[in-house]
Design a protein around this ligand. Structure first.
Ligand code: AMP
Length: 284
């Protein structure tokens, strides 16, 4: 990998890098296409990272359709696909922690972001990208990686790409296949995440038009009420966090345009789903 990257450096070529866990869908491909527009070469990694899965999570059943993924990337004319079988030698003991970040999401999955920050920094060191691409769908992940890059002086730019959705608003995710096909009860129920966030979005817009503000507590209540309408969905958390630091807003803190991110996690059947929106963003 180092030698391949060295050759690109000799030619002064910009490398756009898209880290993934495979089971690719249009959401991943939108990152690849954005990388294509902004770089000379596009590198993609496929690695289901064990350190970001907690106990009892879906590491063992995470889908791994490698041949299909490679075919999709071939069609996108991706220059390099990096598919390590492991990134951790025996006795691996070095981890990267972004302190004080994602309080709510963080406490919901204690070691998840440590695993993400560790694998992403290893991949950055191996690939040495000019630009690295992440999806807004994993909102707190975006905040964590941006902070890590800023605070650890990684010489690259983090680019965030908007969330791609199914026609009914469900955020695309490799885990959506666990819900069953379109029309099945869990697949239908999963739309509630987007609907709850839309209700929050409208409430913010409404308040803004009337020259009022909306608190983090008020916003969370609205989202909670909508999710409660769907019996197949179990709400895990709603968070209102600062976009720069990931710090949770106090209940009476005011949701601020373009700096507050509302995120949600819910379980539908056995499947854990997440989604988010940035307050005041007209993005979808
Ligand atoms: P994953 O394979 O789930 O680790 O995702 C790899 C990258 O694709 C991450 O940066 C995700 O945020 C991004 N991604 C996943 N789903 C979507 C989506 N629906 N829209 C945009 N980006 C996405």
């Amino acid at each position: 990998m180092r030698e391949v990257r060295h050759q690109a450096s000799l030619k002064d070529q910009r490398v756009g890098f898209v880290p993934t866990m495979g089971a690719l869908h249009e959401g991943h491909l939108s990152l690849v296409r954005q990388a294509r527009k902004e770089n000379d070469l596009v590198y993609v990694s496929i690695f289901v990272n064990p350190t970001q899965f907690g106990e009892g999570e879906d590491f063992d059943r995470y889908p791994k359709p490698l041949e299909r993924d490679l075919e999709l990337l071939r069609k996108e004319k991706v220059d390099v696909v990096f598919t390590p079988s492991t990134l951790y030698g025996p006795g691996h003991g070095t981890y990267v922690t972004v302190e004080g970040s994602p309080s709510v999401e963080g406490s919901s999955r204690p070691d998840h972001f440590k695993g993400v920050a560790t694998v992403v920094s290893k991949l950055f060191n191996i690939i040495q990208p000019t630009n690295a691409y992440f999806g807004q769908k994993d909102g707190i992940q975006c905040i964590t990686i941006k902070r890590m890059v800023r605070e650890m002086d990684f010489p690259l730019t983090v680019r965030i790409v908007p969330t791609l959705r199914e026609s009914d608003g469900l955020a695309m995710s490799s885990r959506n296949t666990f819900l069953g096909p379109q029309g099945s009860p869990e697949r239908e129920a999963a739309v509630i995440l987007n609907e709850a966030l839309l209700a929050g979005r409208w409430a913010f817009k409404d308040a803004e038009e009337q020259g009022k503000t909306i608190t983090a507590g008020g916003m969370k209540k609205i989202v909670e009420l909508v999710v409660a309408m769907e019996p197949l969905a179990e709400l895990l958390y709603v968070s209102a966090a600062c976009m720069d630091t990931g710090a949770e807003l106090p209940e009476d803190g005011v949701c601020r345009k373009e700096t507050t991110m509302i995120s949600i996690a819910a379980r539908v059947g056995q499947t854990r789903l997440i989604d988010n929106f940035i307050v005041g963003d007209e993005g979808w």
